[in-house]
Design a protein around this ligand. Structure first.
Ligand code: AKG
Length: 265
């Protein structure tokens, strides 16, 4: 299956802030990822599956017992080929997450911009969102506000307490119109790619069907992942481990010359 993006797909990414290319993971790879997810769940019974940080690290953030298998999945040559067309050929992988959205009790992810959390300057990151299960309108699809990335600006967020959400920093409502949201209805094995400034979220899952997704964060190596800033910014959510995240140069070279590839390894 082709991993070359068409001009129309590139244009959609620029205009809307995300794309779901005409590409899908092979059934074999998807089956392997799903089996590995079961291993992850079995090895992490001490954690809730709503959000598992950095499963690609053997000792992941938040006490996750992870596996380098997730690093292998994240850097699959097809995915790297597509990422290269969106953020250039020098790429650093700095994070992964699994939002497990379990059946019946899957928590809401409130509206947010990813970038509000990240110690990356200039702020750039491409997120690969890879559903391990079919995503329907009912089981908590990702929801995007088209074009909300366009100004390339972080808008104000507020800290909202509550145990029924996967994260607590929420985009203030004056910055977007929820009625404009588009739901991302995908089959397992399709992949969505979104921009770091995109306002997005997902509703709770009250259905009998799990909606787990593996998420990969990659930045162009023209940017600097500043670990010291990460430790400082991450005080409010220290379990994210932003001060000690290992960086992986997965393509090309460190153009910024500032990234540290030893911390956290
Ligand atoms: O999977 C979800 O429900 C939320 C994921 C998310 O917000 C993200 O990948 O940035």
């Amino acid at each position: 299956m082709s991993v070359r993006l068409s001009e129309a797909e590139l244009e959609t990414y620029r205009e809307k802030g995300w794309i779901v290319p005409k590409y899908r993971l092979s059934d074999e790879l998807l089956a392997e990822m799903r089996a590995e997810y079961q291993v992850l769940l079995d090895n992490n019974k001490h954690l809730t599956s709503d959000i598992m940080l950095a499963p690609h690290q053997v000792n992941g953030s938040q006490g996750v017992v992870g596996s380098t298998k997730w690093l292998e999945f994240a850097t699959h040559p097809d995915l790297m080929e597509i990422a290269g067309q969106l953020i250039g050929d020098d790429i650093i992988l700095w994070g992964t997450t699994i939002f497990g959205k379990p059946a019946q009790s899957g928590k809401e992810t409130p509206w947010h911009q990813d970038g509000d959390y990240y110690p990356i300057r200039p702020l750039e990151t491409l997120t690969l969102w890879i559903p391990l299960d079919d995503v329907t309108e009912e089981n908590g699809p990702m929801r995007f506000i088209p074009g909300s990335h366009e100004a390339h600006k972080l808008v104000s967020h507020s800290w909202v307490e509550g145990g029924d959400m996967t994260i607590n920093l929420v985009t203030d409502s004056e910055h977007f119109d929820e009625n404009a949201a588009e739901d991302l209805i995908l089959e397992a094995g399709q992949v969505s790619f979104h921009d770091v400034y995109m306002i997005h979220g997902s509703k709770a899952n009250r259905t009998d069907r799990r909606r787990a997704a593996f998420i990969v964060r990659m930045m162009p190596a023209t940017s600097h992942y500043d670990h010291a800033l990460g430790a400082e910014m991450g005080k409010d959510h220290a379990h994210h481990g932003y001060g000690t995240r290992p960086l992986y140069l997965v393509r090309g070279k460190d153009v910024s010359g500032l990234n540290n590839f030893e911390i956290g390894h």
